[in-house]
Design a protein around this ligand. Structure first.
Ligand code: RFL
Length: 406
């Protein structure tokens, strides 16, 4: 759309070097990095501040991502409050199989709920660093993306007035259902998709974790998982048919299935509690290539979605944000190489994580298809992790995202 098409009531009065659409982890990490480097930007977010600071999602953050946040002055609260996890536990064939990944790699996971990370990043950007952020925006549209001076227009949630911001770069950080990827003309990018054909019921229970580590239960009735989030709240997953109705999962049915699928000799009983969130996720992945179109740069879930099988999405969103920050800062200082290589640099880690998620999906779900051959190979994969140190170390490295190079 051109400026003329914006309409007579529009206000074309604003300018910023970068417009960031979306205040999730990707958009906020980018905004903080740009602000710290003196590159002016404005963040446009469809929801309210309260909403994004309370939206429950991820919890597992990889060590390299925390160190990168720390180098950017963004990990103070996280380092004070996050739990360090050094092991997870697989449960299959009625037995517990602890997996000590820190012992194998020297690296660990941080467990820190995504709403806390978002709260920290908003506070640092808006309150401490004085960055511009507009909440409750509507009808975001992108203009002139193929020129050197694109624009983003939106309707202000408070005044109902149309605002347009001219800029050098648009960062599309608006997640899986945002407006930015959809603004790319057909045929200019390719979206590769993978559908697992399964669903996960994701619940949050108001209860302390049943174990101090992540639990993976492989069972003929389907996968079950436990992810500690905080001393008061625990996330559980139950494999279910895609598109299943969350209301069909009563409190009793959820806890009965969790008890069955996570049962193992010597395991403590699950700590039950009220279910405060219940939704069915249809497991699928996608990758958009290239991740750029003209002056639009996609980052995070807007560019690629990885099903929460391996807890990778937030980590990839942060990785993109760090690379995009460095690329834009270098560009504004006269070096455009980072901007040109941005998508390719992100996609190496993206594809690696996608492959790992696919591999892990078979481990989680392979025993549930009623196919004895698939069950046999799944159990072989699992046993290998506990009989071969080389296989275990390779798994741990992928699980932690700790490879030296991608
Ligand atoms: P987000 O977090 O979706 O943020 C996008 C923001 O853009 C806003 N928005 C718009 N704003 C303006 N105009 C529009 N038209 C807009 N449309 C949308 C939205 O309101 C939102 O604020 O994307 P981002 O920043 O790319 O971050 C991605 C992560 O949130 C996501 O990958 C993770 O949550 C995935 N994930 C996990 N990742 C991990 O690394 N570790 C985990 O343990 C983990 N667990 C999970 C997860 C995702 C889950 N769900 C709900 C799919 C567990 C679950 C249950």
């Amino acid at each position: 759309m051109t400026e003329a098409e914006l309409g007579p009531d529009s206000t074309l009065s604003q300018r910023s070097s970068v417009v960031i659409v979306g205040a999730g982890p990707a958009g906020l990490a980018l905004a903080n990095g740009l602000r710290a480097a003196g590159v002016d930007c404005v963040v446009l977010e469809a929801e309210s501040r309260t909403f994004i600071e309370n939206r429950p999602r991820a919890g597992v953050i990889e060590e390299w991502a925390v160190r990168a946040l720390e180098r950017r002055g963004l990990a103070g609260e996280l380092l004070r409050r996050a739990e360090r996890h050094t092991a997870c536990e697989f449960r299959f064939a009625g037995e517990r199989h602890p997996f000590e990944y820190t012992e194998l790699t020297g690296h660990h996971h941080f467990v820190y709920p995504q709403p806390l990370l978002v709260t920290d990043l908003v506070r640092e950007y808006a309150d401490v660093r004085g960055g511009a952020i507009r909440f409750g925006v509507r009808d975001v549209r992108l203009h002139d993306l193929e020129s050197d001076h694109p624009a983003v227009s939106y309707t202000c949630g408070d005044t109902g007035r149309r605002v347009s911001v001219r800029c050098d770069f648009v960062a599309g950080c608006d997640g899986a259902r945002g407006a930015t990827r959809a603004a790319i003309p057909a045929g200019r990018v390719e979206v590769a998709r993978h559908d697992y054909g399964i669903g996960w019921l994701a619940v949050l229970a108001e209860a302390p974790p049943s174990a101090d580590r992540v639990l993976f239960g492989m069972h003929e009735e389907g996968f079950a998982g436990q992810m500690p989030r905080s001393p008061e709240v625990t996330r559980y997953y139950l494999q279910c048919p895609p598109g299943d109705d969350p209301d069909a999962w009563t409190h009793e049915r959820v806890w009965t299935q969790l008890r069955r699928r996570l049962a193992a000799d010597g395991a403590k009983p699950l700590t039950e509690g009220e279910l405060i969130e219940k939704r069915v996720l249809d497991m699928h992945d996608y990758v958009t290539e290239p991740m750029t179109y003209g002056r639009l740069f996609l980052a995070g879930d807007a560019a690629h979605l990885v099903a929460p099988i391996a807890a990778k999405g937030l980590n990839l969103a942060l990785h993109d944000a760090f690379l995009l920050t460095d690329a834009i800062v270098a560009h504004q200082a006269g070096d455009g190489r980072g901007v040109e290589g941005y998508g390719a640099a992100c996609l190496r880690r993206v594809w690696d994580y996608q492959e790992f998620s696919q591999w892990l999906s078979e481990v989680y779900h392979g025993a549930s298809y009623g196919d004895p051959f698939r069950t046999g190979t799944t159990l072989a994969r699992l046993r290998r992790l506990f009989t071969s140190r080389a296989a275990a170390t390779a798994f741990a490295e992928q699980y932690l995202g700790a490879a030296e190079q991608y």
